[in-house]
Design a protein around this ligand. Structure first.
Ligand SMILES: [Zn+2]
Length: 344
């Protein structure tokens, strides 16, 4: 199923059906369900009894194979890390890895890149004819995860696509794609859903405080849903209170309380808070934490403007090294001390 805010995109896309592009690039902000949309589109293309509006029937043999993850004319290519997270099987690769035993897996983190081996496997698939006499469909997400070798390997196929093969590419960062990849695809921008549609949907998922979470998620409903069940939510709220305290922020308590958390997570909170603080100073409206607008106004009026820019740079610098093994406690202490000095 697609999400309720995607019905319009779905219907407009069906108008392409007579001249379906061999590569479609669905792009838009992260957290709006582009991957699920692409998967549903793939099922619609493979379904052998599809509805007039392109909806898969959900009952034919092709649909059954698809939902079980073993349609012979379908491939999904995602980075290892995403496959593990979203429970997406990579077919043959996964079986091979299981046969290797678990030892190798534990010693390295799952890759966030789409690697050339994955694209080579894909080219084998693309080179063989259709098993069902219909389309062969490839979903690839996110396209910005293609490393340079993989992107170049894919490019050749996009330039001379075999008949009957459809690529559905998904990207949240189209600016990171090779221009040559983009130019081979039909671009399809997917916009952020209207806030009231997202809020309604979040409420139906049992999310309390939907408007606040949606704001913090930059308007992306799936990101907001993830925030709602975030195990670190209590600590995040506590941290926001510390930031709201401005000159009273207890940097050492922050170091102590947050040291077990991933550095990038906390830096993300800090960056969003600073973004809102800056917006407040320049007479804009807070984007991520509108519910804290009183505290933001108070902090913004107390802070030293020139120190602001310096502190923002320090946070950004820290982000650049965020994956290095650091002493998180010291990093946080230093950052929160720097934050408190804004008000000195
Ligand atoms: Zn079907």
């Amino acid at each position: 199923m697609i999400y309720p805010w995607q019905a319009d995109d779905w219907n407009r896309l069906q108008q392409l059906r007579d001249h379906w592009p061999h590569a479609l690039l669905l792009h838009g902000q992260a957290g709006i369900g582009k991957l699920r949309f692409a998967q549903h589109l793939a099922q619609g293309l493979l379904c052998e009894d599809r509805r007039d509006n392109g909806e898969p029937c959900g009952a034919c043999v092709a649909c059954n194979w698809f939902t079980q993850g073993n349609h012979p004319d379908y491939r999904i290519v995602v980075p290892e890390a995403l496959a593990a997270e979203a429970g997406i099987g990579n077919g043959a690769d996964e079986k091979a890895e299981k046969a290797d035993g678990d030892e190798g897996k534990k010693t390295r983190a799952p890759s966030k890149e789409i690697k050339i081996e994955q694209i080579r496997g894909l080219l084998d698939f693309v080179g063989v004819g259709s098993h069902r006499g219909g389309a062969r469909v490839v979903v690839l997400a996110p396209a910005e995860a293609l490393n340079i070798a993989a992107a170049n390997a894919l490019l050749k196929t996009l330039e001379e696509p075999p008949a009957g093969v459809v690529f559905l590419m998904v990207s949240a960062r189209i600016d990171r794609l090779l221009p040559t990849i983009i130019s081979r695809c039909r671009q399809w921008p997917m916009s952020l859903p209207a806030p009231q549609v997202s809020t309604q949907w979040l409420a139906a998922q049992g999310v309390a405080e939907a408007p606040a979470l949606l704001a913090e998620a930059g308007g992306a409903p799936l990101t907001a849903l993830a925030l709602a069940s975030d195990e670190n939510r209590t600590l995040r709220d506590w941290t926001l209170k510390q930031l709201a305290a401005g000159p009273e922020c207890d940097a050492f308590a922050c170091g102590e309380a947050l040291q077990k958390l991933p550095v990038p997570l906390v830096l993300g909170w800090l960056q969003r808070w600073m973004y809102d603080l800056l917006a407040q100073r320049t007479a804009g409206a807070p984007r991520y934490f509108p519910q804290a607008s009183a505290a933001l106004t108070r902090c913004a009026s107390q802070a030293d403007a020139s120190a602001f820019a310096r502190f923002m740079r320090a946070v950004t610098r820290q982000r650049a090294v965020e994956n290095h093994p650091l002493n998180a406690r010291l990093v946080f202490e230093e950052l929160f001390l720097g934050y408190r000095e804004l008000f000195a």
